[in-house]
Ligand binder design. Structure first.
Ligand SMILES: [Zn+2]
Length: 289
């Protein structure tokens, strides 16, 4: 199986660390970059301020870390839009997306909405895939995208852009967490977003993807299939544990992301075991079935 080619390599995307702190992506959407860069969060978490210009209202999507400088930047964008925050939406429960949701919701007087009750809080609103929210002068469709986590949602805007959280990243590929994540659900979620024909993907981390969003989703699907084949090849070559598989398959990625690679590997082995292609033995070993 040939190594899939990442279409973004030819797009001239901004280099890591060069994203502006705030950027108007389209009239409906301003992005505010949080100051929490890391190997897992790339440039930092992207917080999105969404609302129809002139509506006097806006929604925050993924407020991110509860950081005073980030809050000041978000409040400056709300002020520039002359908009009051009417809701805080969260893609999934990971702290780099959700930590500020309840404190900022309380400060701004806005309810928190998410798929998980822990994130939405006792006064919040539970979101279900398929529902349409009418907020801040615009319609926002809630798209179920489980896989990275069980509670993951994406939000489709009237413009056709989709806010994808950690389902798709602006650079590289995402992680299917273990044991919460689910590779089969993740692949279905990639196809679901692809079928929406998104005009743009606004990612939880990294730059916006506007050139050919469908090609990125196809690359993500091909990348997962390739990793699966690499694991089977490494097993056939004698690797017999998750650590040995990660060392063989992820030799080309920095070691600081190997713990995440191990989670994706465990999640993929669960899928291969369900497919009857590998056997997981009780002592932490794995072998071809
Ligand atoms: Zn996440």
């Amino acid at each position: 199986m040939a190594v899939p080619t990442d279409p973004r390599a030819a797009w001239g995307l901004p280099a890591p660390g060069t994203l502006p702190r705030t950027a108007e992506l389209e009239p409906l959407v301003t992005r505010v970059l949080a100051p929490n860069p890391s190997p897992m969060t790339l440039d930092g978490t992207n917080t999105y301020v969404v609302g129809a210009p002139g509506s006097g209202q806006a929604v925050l999507v993924d407020p991110g870390p509860d950081d005073p400088a980030h809050l000041a930047a978000v409040e400056a964008v709300l002020a520039a839009r002359a908009a009051r925050c009417v809701a805080v939406l969260v893609t999934h429960h990971h702290g780099d997306h959700a930590e500020a949701a309840l404190p900022w919701g309380a400060r701004l007087g806005a309810p928190v909405a998410a798929a998980s009750g822990d994130v939405a809080g006792p006064a919040g609103r539970l979101l279900a895939p398929g529902e349409r929210l009418t907020l801040a002068g615009t319609a926002i469709d809630v798209v179920g995208t489980p896989g990275h986590t069980a509670d993951h949602l994406a939000f489709r805007l009237e413009s056709g852009a989709v806010l994808v959280g950690d389902h798709v990243l602006g650079r590289g590929t995402s992680v299917v967490t273990h044991p919460e994540g689910d590779v089969v659900a993740y692949l279905e979620s990639l196809r679901r977003v692809h079928d929406l024909g998104p005009s743009a993907l606004y990612c939880g981390h990294g730059p916006e993807l506007t050139t050919d969003p469908g090609a990125v989703l196809e690359y993500y699907l091909a990348h997962r299939a390739h990793r699966e084949q690499q694991l089977l090849d490494a097993l056939a070559a004698g690797a017999g544990s998750v650590d040995e598989l990660v060392a063989a398959v992820y030799a080309d990625v920095p070691r600081e992301v190997w713990p995440a690679a191990a989670q994706s590997t465990r999640a993929t082995l669960d899928k291969l075991a369900a497919d009857g292609r590998v056997e997981l033995t009780g002592d932490g070993r794995v072998r071809p079935a």
